[in-house]
Design a protein around this ligand. Structure first.
Ligand code: SF4
Length: 62
């Protein structure tokens, strides 16, 4: 697989993972971008995003 195709596939997997996490966030407070960001002022710290992300992209801090 060439690098461009590989990047496209990674991007696609990232979008699918975001859709899964976003629909499980009670506050819908995760913003797409590079990187994706959680709007801390709206976050309930429920941990759903950490639990459901299929590619383990959510990191716990602190
Ligand atoms: S911890 Fe809960 S409220 Fe905060 S971003 Fe994750 S799913 Fe949303």
């Amino acid at each position: 697989m060439d690098a461009q195709t590989c990047l496209k596939k990674l991007e696609y997997v990232g979008v699918l993972a975001f859709a899964t996490v976003d629909k499980n966030c009670p506050q819908r407070c995760i913003e797409p971008g590079t990187p994706y960001r959680i709007q801390q002022n709206h976050c309930l710290h429920c941990g759903n995003c950490f639990t459901v992300c299929p590619i383990k992209a959510v990191e716990k801090r602190g």
